[in-house]
Ligand binder design. Structure first.
Ligand code: HEM
Length: 141
């Protein structure tokens, strides 16, 4: 459950990401593929070399989707419903991978924001990513 304070901190972090969505997304995916190589198995059709056009394009899509989620914190299930269908029914991504992507994103945010990525912001953003992961996993049965 996100508190009013969490929501404020999440919106604050997201403000700072504006203008560098593609870089943040690309670095997140690059870290995920290097650190957790098993995640590459979902992208056999991609050129996964760091910074490839496909990795950049996909990184931007993922970060834009998270931007939509940030704007819909009170209504995540509805806002991410189509993505949830896609990941569960079409892509069949094992939900454990959502956590891996979330960890990589947090490392990227921390390296970009340095001391502005305070423990309080870290805690709030971690709750946000857990909520997103839960929504993306809710259609599996
Ligand atoms: C596609 C978001 C996690 C695998 C997508 C798309 C978005 C997205 C926006 C594009 C949908 C479209 O083109 O209509 C997210 C978000 C995630 C997440 C917000 C978690 C926070 C993951 C993870 C994996 C994954 C962890 C696998 C390790 C894929 C694949 C595609 C895809 C294989 C299709 C790529 C293509 O062929 O273009 N995702 N995703 N996603 N996602 Fe995710």
């Amino acid at each position: 459950m996100l508190t009013a304070e969490d929501k404020k901190l999440i919106a604050q972090v997201w403000d700072k990401v504006q203008g560098c969505q593609e870089d943040v997304g690309t670095e997140t995916l690059t870290r995920m593929f290097v650190t957790y190589p098993q995640t590459k198995t979902y992208f056999p059709h991609f050129d996964l070399s760091p910074g490839s056009d496909q990795v950049r394009g996909h990184g931007k899509k993922v970060v834009d989707a998270l931007g939509t989620a940030v704007k819909s914190l009170d209504n995540l299930s509805q806002a991410l419903s189509e993505l949830s269908n896609l990941h569960a029914y079409n892509l069949r991504v094992d939900p454990v991978n959502f956590k891996l992507l979330g960890q990589c994103l947090q490392v990227v945010l921390a390296t970009h924001l340095t001391k502005d990525y305070t423990p309080e912001i870290h805690a709030a953003f971690d709750k946000f990513l857990s909520a997103v992961a839960a929504v993306l996993a809710e259609k599996y049965r």
